[in-house]
Design a protein around this ligand. Structure first.
Ligand code: G6P
Length: 612
C-alpha cells in the first residue's frame, strides 16, 4: 500500500516523479503529493484524489527541480485529505519525507515531541517520524543520516521512507523495513521506488534494499549501511521487466488486458520447466529442497485474498496427486494463532506481490519454528521471495489491475507443476499418469484461448445481471475455490454483494436467499461431482433462482435446466480451475464496466497490502 518514488539527477524531477506515481497508483490512490527543491526552497505540493488531480492542480506551472520525492497514498492514519497526504515536512520545514508502512509507536513519540514544542499539521504517523528525525538531528548535532538511523532504531512498525533536506541539495536518504524499496542506478542519477515500474524506462540496473538498510545518495554516489552503521556493498541486479508489460497496450483497462494475457502468462509460468514430449518437469528454484516437500508430513499453505484461493486449489491438487495432508490458512489468522508448526512441516506462502504484510509475518513465524518455507511469488526480488528458503516465481509479468486475474492462474499453474513433481518423486502417480498430466498442462494455454470465444456472450449475460444487488457462486471440489474467487472478483470491482460457497453447503443457509431476483453462478463442469451439482441446480431452480452455469463444451443436460450457460473446453478435473475461472473474471469485468466502476482501482482497495 502506498507508492513512493524519488529522483535525484539531471532530469526534470517533477514530470518524472508524476509519471512514476501514475505507474504506482495501483498501490494506493486516495491522495498524492510531490516535494521538490526549487531555488533553495523545499516546496511540497499535495492533493486529495488521484495523481491526475495533483497534476491538474499544477498544470501550466513551471515546477523546476532535479531532485524530488513523491507519494501516492492508501490512508491508514487520518482520512484521505490534502493535509494528510504525503510528503510531510518536519517542524522547521527543512526536511520532507515520504513513507509507506505504519509507525506503530507514533502516538508516544508524538506526545514527547509536543511537549518539546513540535506542532503537527496532520494526523499521520509519518509526520511524527520526520519531526522525530529533526529532533534527533538537533539534539546532539547529529548528521541527518545518523538522525535517520537513530530514529529508525526507536520506531516500531514497517516503513519504506525517503527523506530530503533543504540544507543538502543533491542528497536523498532512504530506508526500509517490511515495505519494499528498489533503487535504480542511472548515469549521474538515482531513482527510488516501491517497485521497479517507475524506473524501467530509465535504467535496468537496480538494487533492492534489505530490511534495516539505509541508502544515502550524496555527490552522485550511493552508499548503503545498516542501522548499526556497517556498510554493505550494493548488489546490482538487472531488471528483466519490459516497458510494454506495464502499459495498457490499447486495452481500456489493465484488468481486461491481463485477463486476455492469460494464455501467454500461463505458458510463461511453465516455460523452461515443462516439456511433455521429453517427460521433463523441473522447477529450478525448488531443487535442493525437493526432498523436504516429498518427506513433508504436512503442507501448510498461507496467503491472503486471491492467493489464498489459489492455495485452496493447491490443497485439492497436493492431496489428490501427492497424497499429503494439506492445510490452507489465512495468513492473518495463522500468524496470531500460536499454530502448531514443527520442522517436519513445509509451509508454502503464496503472494502475487510478495509483500503482503500478513503473509510475510506468517512465514517468519513458521520459519522461527523450524519449518521449511517455499515462496510462490510473482514479483521478482520481493520480500516473501527473499524470506523463503526456496520457491518458484510465477512469471506472469507485472499485474497492475487491483483485482488479481493472471496472477491467480499463474499461481495455480506453478502449484500444479509442484504437485505433479512431488507426486512423481513420491511415486503416488504412475509414469503414465505423469506423462498424461504433462501433456494436458502444456495444452492449457490453447484451451484458455478457446474460452475467450465466449467473451461476447459473457458480455450479454453481464448486461442482464448488471443491476443485481447480490450474487451467489457455487461449486464443488476443484471448482469450490473457483466459486470463492468468482465472488471475490465481482464484489471487488462492481461492489455487488457476492458470496461463494461449496454447493452442498447451500442448503445450510444460503438457500434462504434464493428467489427470482437472485442470480446464482454454478461451476458445473463435467467432473466427479457433476450429478451432485445437477441436483443443486435443480434445488435452486425449484426456488425460482436465476442460474448461470459454467459447463463443459457439449453438455446438453444443464443447458436445458438453466437460464444461461457459458461453455469451457473439456479438461482433466484437476486442471478445471484454470479454465472455469476465466468466464468469472470476464463476467465481473463487464458488469463493473457497465456499472461505471473504476475497474483497475476499485474504491478502498490496494494492490499490495503492506500493512496488517
Ligand atoms: C490485495 C489485492 C488482492 C490480492 C491480495 C493478496 O487484497 O487486492 O488482489 O489477492 O491483496 O495479495 P498478494 O500480493 O499477497 O497475492
Amino acid at each position: 500500500m502506498c507508492g513512493i518514488v524519488a529522483y535525484v539527477g539531471e532530469k526534470d524531477a517533477y514530470s518524472l516523479i508524476l509519471k512514476g506515481l501514475k505507474r504506482l497508483e495501483y498501490r494506493g490512490y486516495d491522495s498524492s503529493g510531490i516535494a521538490l527543491l526549487e531555488d533553495g526552497e523545499l516546496n511540497v505540493y499535495k492533493k486529495r484524489g488521484k495523481v491526475a488531480d495533483l497534476e491538474s492542480q499544477h498544470a501550466g506551472k513551471a515546477l523546476k527541480s532535479t531532485i524530488g520525492i513523491g507519494h501516492t497514498r492508501w490512508a491508514t492514519h487520518g482520512e484521505p485529505n490534502d493535509v494528510n497526504a504525503h510528503p510531510h515536512y518536519s517542524n522547521n520545514r527543512k526536511l520532507a519525507i515520504i513513507h509507506n508502512g505504519i509507525i506503530e509507536n507514533y502516538a508516544s513519540i508524538k506526545q514527547n515531541l509536543i511537549k518539546k514544542g513540535h506542532v503537527f499539521q496532520s494526523e499521520t504517523d509519518t509526520e511524527v517520524l520526520i519531526h522525530f528525525i529533526e529532533d534527533i538531528q538537533h539534539e546532539a548535532g547529529n548528521s541527518l543520516e545518523d538522525a535517520v538511523k537513530l530514529a529508525l532504531r526507536e520506531v516500531v512498525g514497517a516503513y519504506a521512507i525517503v527523506v530530503m533536506s533543504v540544507d543538502h541539495p543533491g542528497q536523498l536518504i532512504a530506508a526500509r523495513k517490511g515495505s519494499p524499496l528498489v533503487i535504480g542506478i542511472g548515469e549521474n542519477e538515482f531513482f527510488f521506488a516501491s517497485d521497479a515500474t517507475p524506473i524501467i524506462e530509465y535504467t535496468k540496473d537496480v538494487v533492492y534494499l534489505d530490511d534495516y538498510e539505509v541508502a544515502l545518495v550524496r555527490d552522485g554516489k550511493l552508499t548503503i549501511q545498516n542501522l548499526d552503521n556497517t556498510e554493505t556493498i550494493p548488489y546490482i541486479q538487472t531488471l528483466e521487466m519490459e516497458l510494454e508489460t506495464i502499459e495498457k497496450g490499447g486495452y481500456d483497462h489493465f484488468m481486461i488486458k491481463e485477463i486476455f494475457e492469460q494464455p501467454r502468462s500461463i505458458a510463461d509460468s511453465m516455460r523452461g520447466r515443462l516439456n511433455a514430449s521429453e517427460g521433463h518437469l523441473q522447477l529450478g528454484g525448488l531443487s535442493g529442497y525437493m526432498d523436504d516437500l516429498v518427506k513433508a508430513e504436512r503442507i501448510v499453505i498461507v496467503g491472503c485474498g486471491t492467493s489464498w484461493h489459489a492455495g485452496l486449489v493447491a490443497e485439492y491438487l497436493f492431496e489428490e496427486l501427492a497424497r499429503v495432508n494439506v492445510e490452507v490458512e489465512y495468513a492473518s489468522e495463522f500468524r496470531y494463532r500460536n499454530p502448531v508448526i514443527t520442522e517436519k512441516d513445509v509451509v508454502i506462502a503464496i503472494s502475487q506481490s510478495g509483500e503482503t504484510a500478513d503473509t510475510l509475518a506468517a512465514i517468519e513465524l513458521a520459519k522461527s519454528k523450524g519449518a521449511t518455507i517455499f515462496g510462490i511469488c510473482n514479483v521478482v526480488g520481493s520480500s516473501i521471495a527473499r524470506a523463503s528458503h526456496a520457491g518458484a516465481y510465477t512469471h506472469a509479468g507485472p499485474e497492475i489491475g487491483v483485482a488479481s486475474t493472471k496472477a491467480f492462474t499463474a499461481q495455480v499453474t506453478v502449484l500444479t507443476l509442484m504437485a505433479i513433481a512431488v507426486a512423481k518423486k513420491k511415486g503416488t502417480i504412475s509414469d503414465e499418469t505423469y506423462r498424461h498430466l504433462l501433456y494436458e498442462m502444456e495444452n492449457i494455454p490453447a484451451l484458455v484461448e478457446k474460452v475467450f470465444e465466449n467473451a461476447t456472450k459473457i458480455k450479454e449475460i453481464a448486461y442482464i445481471y448488471k443491476d443485481s444487488n447480490n450474487c451467489l457462486y457455487l461449486g464443488r471440489g476443484f471448482n469450490y475455490p473457483v466459486a470463492l474467487e468468482g465472488a471475490l472478483k465481482l464484489k471487488e470491482i462492481s461492489y455487488i454483494h457476492a458470496e461463494g460457497y461449496p454447493a452442498a453447503e447451500m442448503k445450510h443457509g444460503p438457500i434462504a436467499l434464493i428467489d427470482e431476483d437472485m442470480p446464482v453462478v454454478f461451476l458445473a463442469t463435467k467432473d466427479s461431482s457433476y450429478e451432485k451439482i445437477v441436483s443443486n441446480i435443480q434445488e435452486v431452480k425449484a426456488r425460482k433462482g436465476r442460474v448461470i452455469a459454467i459447463v463443459t463444451e457439449g453438455d446438453t443436460l444443464i443447458p436445458s435446466m438453466v437460464d444461461f450457460v457459458i461453455e469451457v473446453p473439456e479438461a482433466l478435473e484437476i486442471l478445471t480451475p484454470l479454465l472455469s475461472v476465466i468466464p468469472l473474471q470476464l463476467l465481473s469485468y463487464y458488469v463493473a464496466v457497465m456499472r461505471g466502476r473504476n475497474v483497475d482501482q476499485p474504491r478502498n482497495l490496494a494492490k499490495s497490502v503492506t500493512v496488517e
